[in-house]
Design a protein around this ligand. Sequence first.
Ligand SMILES: Nc1ncnc2c1ncn2[C@@H]1O[C@H](COP(=O)(O)OP(=O)(O)O)[C@@H](O)[C@H]1O
Ligand SMILES: [Mg+2]
Length: 236
Amino acid sequence: MIIAVSGKGGVGKSTISSLIIKQLVAIKKLPVLAVDADPNSNLGYYLGVDCTAETVVSDLREDEFKKNPAGISKVEWLNMKMQECIFETAKGFDLLVMGRPEGPGCYCAVNNLLRDFLKKIASYYPFVVIDNEAGMEHLSRRTNNEIDMLFIVAEPTNISFLAAENIKKTAEHLPIKIKKKYLVVNKYQNENIRKIDGLDMIGYIRYNKNISDNFDADNPEINNDIHNVLVKSGIL
Ligand SMILES: Nc1ncnc2c1ncn2[C@@H]1O[C@H](COP(=O)(O)OP(=O)(O)O)[C@@H](O)[C@H]1O
Ligand SMILES: [Mg+2]
């Protein structure tokens, strides 16, 4: 099952992605594949792993494509290189950091291969959780997987609700299929929450000031809120 988390910057996508990953690990649906698809990559940090030495997918450029040793085809070579980008942890999840989608020397053949690669590896994992950036377009350039569940996160501010509404609209016009999408309200402190047409709200995650200071701290209240979202959406 592929779960993607999207929303405006700062609403809590990485926090929520990491907490979802931890709950999936806790129920032993192992290994979970954590995909950091936000160019401002920090999911590893939230998950408490140091993966800075690992290759980021966007570092695989056209020149890499040309370095295939004799006897190994270019496609095989790039698949091997992509496989090397998967950071295996002893914590029940693997992490794949995508990096920046476009840049000098980025070759669209690489993106096409990445799409095929993601489709193939995703099938080896019972759960794939993608921490996405607000714009959904770059994701569709890099994966042709069906997304089973898209959580659009908003905090109780007008601007983040507007962003959520836009994401919902963009998502409807993407070439990738998204089976279900829900709104998740994060940092909730009993505000009045307005509705977004055609996007059901699946749950609230309460504001908790401790979470900003210590990601590893046990936050039973927030974990309970995340658990409810996972149960209500049929994931657990
Ligand atoms: N429920 C919450 N209560 C309090 N602070 C939160 C909550 N969720 C996220 N935060 C804080 O908000 C900030 C942005 O969260 P982050 O997950 O990095 O957002 P995003 O990935 O959407 O940019 C962080 O400082 C994080 O600790
Ligand atoms: Mg983030």
